[in-house]
Design a protein. Structure first.
Lengths: 118, 211, 703
């Protein structure tokens, strides 16, 4: 989010700027809705096996996250470059933490599972 | 050592000088950077709770699982509400940035608040329904993990709603002054962040749970 | 939790039996009397300490000063000082606990004098306090004080948040202290593994004390990380690019980033344990789908970056100290920065090495083992850079330099044992023996603690305006170095001989001589601590002879030395413009170090705020209520904390102005002192001729 626009921009260019941002939000909302409805529909109606379906859900989720970041938060490699880099760095760390956790816990589940408790 | 040879920092204040004036653009940017950093730490918290959830999906201990407990239509409605609130809060930030005046700003903010509260109402109802079907958090590791993740998000939405109400209160007292603007900018970031976390929740918890 | 229930038990589960001497009175067996006396003695010290503090404050009428100039101050310098004071107080307690444990183990062949329960509390508090309430506050205090000065700014981005962090840390420390007086502390070690710490096995207050103390500390550190990272990123003086930052600021920045990303897993792990204990959830229970390894995984995901949070600022101190006392720019600046960043990022990829033995497949162990060994490489780069800094420099063996040199050879040893432990094969042999205890003390004491003490000696004159007594400093440093070796090197042997960690007693006579040596080492370390206290006492008494108001007693290289000692509350009369590394050295060499400004401006500073101490007090009471199940207190404090935070949001008029004439007066006064002081050579820097102005360095020292 930008801080309130300064007095430097003229009225006309600010009007253009505002319309551009409105368009961005409009696109964002539209894309997000599509990316939401589709996975819900897939789960409800598609007769797909579990793992590919979950993969597809993940893809839609990731896409929608990017839509939010791009269209609602105006992130990218332009004006908000540093924040975008921060997000990418955080995503990297999160990936290591999540992937590591799943790898470790899966291995433990295979090798160290207790017999089922009554 | 004439003035011409040395930079006279009192004539040309650098960003640090402008940064001392916390009402100025530089000061606001510093606060927003700090808030982004806070959001990153919050993202890691959610990430770790997600990790717990993902590694606990099999730990139903003979108790009810997703198919028995999840109310997908309700979740779909909650998703739409939250997405709409993301849009309205974005409209609020535009109203702020392009100076459309306090009434429009407050209008969009109130819309966001209403949508957020509606979201919470539905969610709480869902939890009660789950508990009635035996899906309480103390029933199994899976349910404990569920009840860490989803209510954690709900608590954040509740906190954001209270924050929103306080900002409206501050606007009533002080008008849209600089601290209020900064507060709204941060709230908007927070609200978008929560919607992003919700995308992960409805995908990983609810939809994936039903496959 | 009904109203009737609250009225029936207004103090929750707190009752007479929670007092440390109760069991001793009820059942005066030999064991109970010994343990009860030790526990009561400790509690008494806390009570006496508290009463003495209150009495002194009242006698000298300092309450108002304490409140308005310290507790509510948003000044990063004041906050930094308070952090370090807290750290020293807690260091005394944790060190004494270590001595008691060493004594117990020295007599451990016959069972010793401590009950297993008491011993378990001791190792739990020792570890918890040392990490969260000594090392973290100490390094946070140094970072808080020095970093804004080094980057040429007036304060951090969030001064009130800074005060809140201090309040929360103090609340956590207070919680651990009060556990001496009522109830008992956790016996689960500093990492509190379930299911032992679950309600099934430990329904008492111990683990709850531990959980809430850690929660408070972890929240405080997260906020500090955000504050410092934002500050270094956004508030640098004009011209100060990132690659011109002093190394201490670099390491502080990397440690802050680690705090932001590494504290959350701890917050989650302790919160989930709390949910298990309070609300019967099943994250880590044995039954109904709990999984202990989730905790272990989460905890060490925090725990490993945490040890780098602890060590990185000290590594930064060594860079400052070594370059200053070698009168030479730091060798290989770029490689130092890269190494620091590499250590920071890699620290997130090695956490499994803390639990190699828990049953996951060998490939996972191998991957994490390799990553753990890789971390030794950037650390090695730093060691070489420090050594090359000293080569061809004009080295002075001041107290900080003694710590630095002791660090270099001792930390390399500790690091090498770390590389050994990084091999899963070796780790299987020595995991959870005292070999491991020796390793981590070998990195924590020479690495972390010596760095913090070196920083304390190095920057003390800047903070308080007079130098510390050098002779007692040397005594202390020597005792720390020799004492450390005597106390911990035997543990390497003991570990290889098979002594498990946390053993209250043992039955192998061959251990005894090594245990006695370790006890002597512990006593020597206590002497070191006493020498530090004595040094402070003597230094305060002789402070007039050792004043260095002009501010540059060591011929420093970075901007914190370019202001008076102590600095004015706004740090710089005029924000400097920076053109390269070692900004102050550059200024001195180009004759620009002590210029009056052509014009002075009003300076805006944040006003005091009560939010920090209020949140500190309410969070302490809240945590206490949670521990003892005093639910009305919990609700009350939660409401108070929320109300205070909301009220703070409504506050306006949060800044005040220091008028330009005041700034000009302060600046002129300082410049006059600089002019009046005799510039001294480095040979005289430890004499009372040192008034804080350095003679220009002789030509020939490599830049």
């Amino acid at each position: 989010m930008m801080a309130p626009a300064g007095d430097g921009a003229s009225g006309a260019s600010r009007g253009l700027e505002e319309r551009a941002e409105l368009r961005s939000y409009g696109w964002g909302l539209g894309l997000a809705l599509v990316l939401t409805v589709t996975p819900f529909a897939l789960v409800h109606w598609a007769a797909m096996p579990g793992l590919p379906l979950r993969g597809l859900i993940g893809v839609f989720a990731l896409a929608q996250v990017i839509v939010h970041l791009r269209f609602f938060l105006q992130l990218g490699f332009g004006k908000k470059r540093e924040i975008t880099l921060l997000l990418l760095f955080s995503a990297l760390l999160l990936l290591i933490m999540l992937a590591g956790t799943i790898w470790i816990m899966a291995s433990l589940a295979t090798r160290m599972a207790l017999p089922v408790q009554p | 050592m004439s003035d011409a040879a040395m930079p006279d920092f009192t004539r040309r204040p650098g960003p640090a000088e402008r940064g001392d004036d916390e009402d100025g653009e530089a000061g606001a940017q510093s606060v927003l950077v700090g808030f982004w950093l806070f959001l990153m730490s919050d993202a890691i918290i959610f990430g770790m709770v997600f990790a717990t959830y993902v590694t606990s999906t099999a730990a139903t201990a003979g108790g009810p699982g997703p198919h028995a407990l999840y109310d997908i239509p309700s979740v779909a409605l909650q998703t739409v509400l939250l997405l709409a609130s993301s849009f309205t809060v974005g409209m609020a930030s535009l109203a702020l940035k392009y100076r459309h005046g306090a009434p429009r700003l407050i209008g969009w903010l109130l819309a966001t608040l209403a949508l957020g509260v509606a979201f919470l109402g539905l969610e709480i109802h869902d939890f009660q329904a789950m508990a009635a079907k035996g899906g309480s958090p103390s029933r199994s590791g899976f349910l404990s993990a569920f009840f860490d993740l989803v209510p954690l998000h709900g608590l954040h939405v509740a906190g954001g709603s209270i924050w929103l109400a306080c900002l409206i209160g501050q606007m009533a007292m002080y008008g849209v002054d600089a601290p209020v603007k900064l507060g709204i900018l941060r709230l908007v970031l927070f609200w978008h962040f929560l919607d992003i976390v919700w995308i992960a929740i409805f995908s990983v918890v609810y939809l994936a749970g039903m496959t | 939790m009904s109203v009737g229930g609250i009225l029936a038990h207004p103090l929750g589960r707190l009752d007479r039996e929670s007092l440390p001497f109760w069991q001793m009175l009820q059942d005066p067996s030999r064991d109970n009397v010994i343990n009860g006396s030790i526990a009561s003695g400790a509690a008494l010290m806390v009570v006496i300490g508290a009463i003495a503090t209150i009495a002194l404050l009242t006698k000298y009428r300092k309450w108002r000063v304490l409140w308005s100039q310290w507790l509510t101050s948003p000044d990063h310098k004041k906050i930094g000082i308070m952090y370090v004071v807290l750290a020293f107080v807690m260091l005394v307690r944790a060190a004494l606990e270590a001595v008691v444990m060493r004594a117990q183990q020295a007599f451990g062949l016959d069972g010793g004098f401590l009950s297993p329960d008491h011993f378990a509390q001791l190792f739990s508090t020792h570890g918890t306090i040392m990490i969260f309430f000594v090392a973290m506050p100490f390094l946070t205090g140094l970072i808080n004080y020095i970093v804004p000065l080094q980057i040429g700014t007036r304060d951090v981005v969030f001064p009130v948040l800074n005060s809140i962090s201090l309040g929360l840390t103090a609340a956590g420390a207070a919680l651990v202290m009060i556990s001496l007086c009522v109830g008992e502390f956790s016996t689960g070690g500093w990492f509190g593994y379930p299911p032992y710490t679950e309600a099934d096995f430990n329904p008492g207050v111990g683990p709850d004390y531990w959980i809430w103390a850690l929660t408070l500390a972890s929240l405080a550190s997260t906020f500090t990380g955000i504050n410092i990272a934002a500050t270094v990123y956004r508030k640098r003086a004009p011209g100060m690019k990132l690659m011109y930052l002093p190394l201490f600021t670099w390491t502080a920045l990397c440690a802050s980033i680690l705090m932001i990303f590494a504290m959350p897993p701890l917050t989650v792990a302790t919160a989930q344990l709390a949910l298990d204990r309070y609300l019967g959830f099943h994250y880590f229970t044995n039954a109904l789908g709990g999984n202990v390894m989730n905790y272990v995984n989460l905890f060490w995901m925090f725990g490993h970056p945490e040890v780098y949070i602890l060590v990185l600022p000290s590594l930064g101190v060594y860079s400052e100290v070594i370059s200053t006392f070698s009168a030479k720019a730091l060798f290989g600046y770029r490689s130092m920065v890269m190494a620091t960043m590499a250590i920071a990022v890699l620290s997130f990829a090695v956490w499994l090495h803390h639990f190699f033995t828990m049953g996951q497949e060998a490939n996972i162990n191998a991957a994490f083992g390799i990553a753990s060994m890789l971390i030794g490489i950037p650390t090695g780069v730093k060691i070489y850079d420090w050594m090359w800094t000293m080569v061809r420099g004009r080295v002075r063996f001041t107290v900080p330099m003694i710590y630095a040199i002791g660090f270099i050879y001792l930390f390399v040893l500790g690091g090498i044992t770390g590389i050994l432990l990084a091999s899963p094969t070796i780790d299987y042999q020595v995991h959870n023996t005292v070999f491991l205890v020796a390793h981590f003390h070998n990195t924590a004491i020479p690495g972390v603690l010596f760095g913090l003490l070196a920083g304390y000696h190095f920057w003390f004159p800047k903070v308080f305006g007079f130098r510390l007594d050098e002779r007692l400093g040397m005594v202390s440093a020597t005792c720390w170095i020799v004492g450390f070796m005597l106390a911990f090197f035997p543990l390497y042997a003991l570990g290889l001989m098979g002594l498990p960690r946390r053993s209250v007693s043992y039955d192998v006579p061959a251990y005894v001589p090594l245990e006695i040596a370790a006890l002597l080492g512990a006593i020597l370390l206590t002497v070191a601590l006493l020498a530090l206290v004595a040094q402070l006492w003597v230094s305060i008494r002789t402070r007039e002879e050792n004043r260095v108001f002009a501010g540059d007693p060591w011929d420093g290289r970075s901007l914190e030395w370019s202001v008076s000692a102590p600095p004015p509350e706004y740090n710089f009369a005029v924000i400097p413009t920076v053109t390269g590394r070692d900004a102050f050295t550059v200024a001195k060499e180009t004759g620009r170090a002590f210029e009056p400004a052509s014009a002075y401006v009003d300076i805006e500073l944040p006003r005091n705020s009560a939010l920090g101490p209020v949140l500190g007090a309410t969070s302490f009471a809240l945590a206490f209520g949670l521990v003892w199940h005093i639910w009305w207190l919990v609700i009350l404090c939660l409401a108070a904390a929320v109300a205070a935070t909301i009220a703070h949001g409504f506050a306006r008029n949060t800044t005040r102005i220091v008028p330009a004439q005041q700034v000009r007066r302060d600046h002129r006064r300082w410049l006059d002192a600089v002019a009046a002081a005799r510039a001294i050579s480095r040979d005289d820097e430890r004499t009372s001729a040192n008034r804080g102005v350095a003679e220009p360095a002789l030509g020939g020292a490599a830049a």
